[in-house]
Design a protein around this ligand. Structure first.
Ligand code: ATP
Length: 221
């Protein structure tokens, strides 16, 4: 039984690419999520300002989702002028969706390994489950965790769920590691290719590549 969780995939999406779409699809299927909401951030607190304007990053996500029946764009962060903290966004979603709805924050392994640097990070576990997908290029997550921050390791070990069904049986608090085919795609690499006049075909949906060309985005990086 239980309730199908809602997946939340935050990112800068500068630009959105097939790595993002694939982690959403893997999380959707392996965790039997009801939907995945893509949340492009406005001003990311943990990194330098995005290269493309908020409106362009939002439009590219909208084009990339291409009416996927289970993927949605959530615009609550992207047009804000102050830094957005995930803990605040999840608090707002929790208030809208109620105490019982399972929520899953979907993260790449690189993002999960830095979770202890996020604002009020331990509160995240009270608001959502965390679904982690291995990112290409790094060590397997289990090995990488041995070198991770001690407090993050302790949370990971205490919360690790043996199977995805656990995500349906409580609203928040578990960590689940989902399988992911290694796709060595990053927005940084795509921006570099654009600036170098190289093709980004097959790294992003064609609609996104066309939008980047038409709007002359990422000519410098
Ligand atoms: P940049 O290169 O600008 O840092 P990015 O490609 O990492 O960007 P983000 O928008 O910062 O993209 O990523 C949003 C989320 O998607 C993060 O949790 C990140 O770990 C995850 N992610 C991005 N690309 C991949 C990928 N190829 N495989 C697995 N996870 C990914």
């Amino acid at each position: 039984m239980g309730t199908a969780p809602i997946g939340i995939l935050g990112g800068t999406f500068d630009p959105v690419h097939h790595g993002h779409l694939r982690i959403a699809q893997e999380a959707l299927e392996q965790c039997e999520l009801a939907q995945v909401r893509f949340l492009p951030c406005g001003i990311p607190p943990h990194r330098t300002a995005p290269h493309a304007p908020a409106k362009a990053r939002w439009e590219m996500v909208r084009l990339a989702l291409n009416s996927h029946p289970d993927f949605l764009v959530d615009v609550r962060e992207v047009f804000r002028n102050d830094p957005c903290y995930t803990v605040d966004t999840l608090t707002a979603l929790r208030a809208e969706l109620g105490d019982q709805q399972p929520l899953c924050l979907v993260l790449g392994g690189d993002a999960f390994l830095q979770l202890h640097t996020w604002h009020e990070w331990k509160r995240l576990f009270g608001l959502a489950h965390i679904v982690v997908l291995q990112r290409a290029g790094g060590q397997p997550l289990g090995n990488a965790m041995n070198g991770a921050d001690a407090a993050l390791q302790a949370e990971y070990r205490a919360r690790l769920a043996p199977g995805a069904r656990a995500l349906h049986e409580s609203p928040a608090g578990a960590v689940f590691v989902a399988d992911m085919p290694a796709l060595e795609i990053s927005s940084t690499d795509i921006r570099r290719r654009c600036a170098g006049g190289k093709s980004i075909r097959y790294l992003v949906p064609d609609t996104v590549a066309n939008y980047i060309n038409t709007n002359s985005l990422y000519r410098t990086c």
